[in-house]
Write a protein that binds this ligand. Sequence first.
Ligand code: NAP
Length: 236
Amino acid sequence: MEKIALVTGGSRGIGAATALALAARGWTVHVNYLKFRDKAEAIAAKTGGVAVQADVADSDAVARMAEITGPVALLVNNAGIALRGGLLTDVTDDAWNRLLDVNVGGMFRCSRAYIPGMVHRKAGQIINLASILGVMGGSCEAPYSATKGAVIAFTKALAKELGPSGIRVNAVAPGMIDTDMTAAITGEDRADLAESTAMCRIGTPEDVAEMIALLAEPGTGFVTGQVIGIDGGLVL
Ligand code: NAP
């Protein structure tokens, strides 16, 4: 099967680094985005794919995206959002619903759209972005932690469903990574988070991207249903 991939949320952060890491290994990578067209187009120009605008929380938009890109051998469900950390009692219905719609619903909709092309070829891979918070939970991060716990359960269940069709499904669970999503965590809080890892540092988007690109290699063909921590030894 041709090495064609789609990275959702590929315009910035971990998604952009992943698209570039895959391209360096010979993949053609389509780049999905929500708002930042210029950034997505700049990445797609380097990865040989197209930049496709689609809100992963919108089923029609995802279906249109799948028509534009055609089938892919690798789907990286990376698009995600976080809430500003705070007490659960302050979380509104709208914020909760949007978080679920993007972080869990987006993964569901994109998987549903691209699985038929993989099943047809009896080959393919899906790699989902979980988080270490989906494993250990984070104080004042209950809704986000819940979405990432759901990503993990979805990954394991789908791996069982699709294994007989030759399709692998894995997740990566990053610790704190230096992107726009975590830019508001500064000063002492940031230093404390770095110190809590065995490697004594915050991760880079490339740390995550390299592991995703490695998982996409055929040599990892017996790895499925796994959640790979990329957290500098935070959770051991
Ligand atoms: P980021 O820098 O905030 O980038 C988010 C990306 O997702 C952007 O490309 C954005 O597109 C896209 N996006 C957001 N909502 C979307 C939607 N509804 N439809 C389509 N695209 C959408 O985030 P990041 O830190 O790279 O995080 C990437 C993934 O890793 C997320 O799933 C996140 O939960 C997970 N993660 C991050 C960390 C961390 O510490 N950063 C840790 C663990 C897990 P635009 O550029 O067009 O807005």
